[in-house]
Ligand binder design. Structure first.
Ligand code: AMP
Length: 404
């Protein structure tokens, strides 16, 4: 069975095609800067020796429909293609950011699912509309394929009310669904399953703290395989320091910015989401550059890294408190997988909590799962590469199998 995974953003479509027989990636790519002058279509066919054969084109991509049409042409292309006919694609798995309280699990897309995603737009105005465009375009281009929605929020739907309800008038939750939802669910869920395999422990017996550190960043407290708390909130702005997002700030900050600096709501939104985080402190959100500047003695880069890792450490402490006991801490995503300095500073001084990192193992680089704790550490520290697209493909296949 071949499954195409689509992540449709406001100006991009990321995709991966899998052969689910061996969970093998056949092709991947991205159509970027859709409806802009300098569009990019980057397509990669995985060759027999696992090396990608790359095709790149800069013709303007006027809209998502044309973008997906061009992707399909490449998937069946004589040189860059991996299938003969688009009918070989049995299903499309769509990443959908917000499923509100409607969806605890992935689901086959029908009219009522589309309506629910539409109803959730006020909670994810930047993400759900382009996700919907991806679904609508895919439905017309692949009328024979099953379309499945896999929600970023679903994994966190197991949180108890004490963790997800804000201390606001209760009506705001009851009537408006204002609450903590949490995001990056596909990544937290994927590394949970990988940790279970690595630790040879059933998932329903696993207590983990998963730390997803990409350009967006979030942590999850997982008890007996179920999420019981997470750092992101009603939107992905909450919690950890991120590439360009502030994470936790005093909720009174917007009043101050408005009253004293005359900033509009749009300007404050832009400030907190796009001009803050690592970039706000030191001017860049690329952790590689930050580490280089730290090593060269740059004060603001050092400060940014300290604030970033201090926040992670604080949440590790908080999540240990709510979990009681922890089998492993898992680092994942771009920074979590590739930045030993970030991991070291986040876990520094936590010996009393049973967390001891082996500096040598932490500095070693590998493509697979790494265990970077000392032998005497009570809590394992794992580095597990995430694969959100594979997770979406696996979940898509499960949903189809269940429905048959
Ligand atoms: P993601 O959103 O998962 O693609 O992660 C993006 C982040 O990963 C960016 O901040 C990159 O700077 C960071 N990143 C990627 N490779 C490295 C690396 N080798 N060392 C440190 N950070 C990295």
């Amino acid at each position: 069975m071949k499954i195409l995974v689509i992540n449709s953003g406001s100006s991009s479509i990321k995709y991966k095609l899998f052969d689910m027989k061996h969970r093998k990636e056949l092709a991947f790519g991205v159509a970027e800067r859709i409806s802009e002058e300098n569009s990019i279509l980057n397509h990669n066919k995985i060759s027999k020796n696992s090396e990608p054969i790359t095709y790149r084109n800069n013709d303007v991509i006027p809209d998502h429909r044309e973008g997906l049409n061009r992707i399909v042409k490449l998937l069946v292309h004589e040189k860059y293609g991996v299938i003969k006919n688009k009918a070989e694609i049995a299903a499309i798995g769509h990443r959908v950011v917000h499923g509100g309280e409607y969806y605890k699990y992935p689901t086959i897309i029908n009219k009522s699912v589309i309506n629910a995603i539409k109803e959730t737009i006020p909670l994810a105005p930047l993400h759900n509309p382009p996700n919907l465009i991806g679904i609508e375009v895919a439905e017309t281009i692949f009328p024979e394929s099953v379309q499945v929605a896999v929600f970023d929020t679903a994994f966190h739907q197991t949180m108890p009310p004490k963790a997800f309800i804000y201390a606001l008038p209760y009506e705001l939750y009851k009537n408006e669904k204002v609450r903590r939802y949490g995001f990056h669910g596909t990544s937290h869920s994927y590394v949970l399953k990988q940790a279970g395999i690595y630790l040879k422990k059933p998932i329903d017996k696993l207590n983990l703290i998963t730390i997803h550190l990409g350009n967006g960043a979030s942590m999850a407290a997982i008890k007996k395989g179920r999420c019981i708390d997470t750092t992101m909130g009603m939107t992905p702005l909450d919690g950890l320091v991120m590439g360009t997002r502030s994470g936790d700030v005093d909720p009174a900050l917007p009043f101050y910015l408005s009253d004293h600096l005359n900033m509009s709501l749009t300007e404050i939104d832009n400030l907190l989401n796009k001009k803050s985080g690592l970039k706000g402190i030191c001017g860049t959100n690329d952790m590689r550059e930050i580490i280089e500047r730290v090593n060269a003695g740059d004060y603001l880069a050092k400060l940014a890294l300290e604030i970033y890792t201090y926040r992670i450490k604080k949440y590790i402490g908080a999540f240990i408190a709510v979990l009681g006991s922890v089998d492993a801490i898992v680092f994942t995503a771009g920074i979590g997988e590739n930045s030993p300095d970030t991991r070291r500073l986040s876990c520094q001084g936590l010996k009393q909590l049973g967390i001891e990192m082996d500096p040598k193992k932490n500095a070693e680089d590998s493509d697979g799962i790494d265990e970077i704790n000392t032998p005497s550490s009570n809590v394992k520290i794992l580095v597990i590469p995430t694969n959100e697209e594979l997770h979406i493909a696996i979940e898509t296949k499960k949903v189809i199998n269940k429905s048959n």
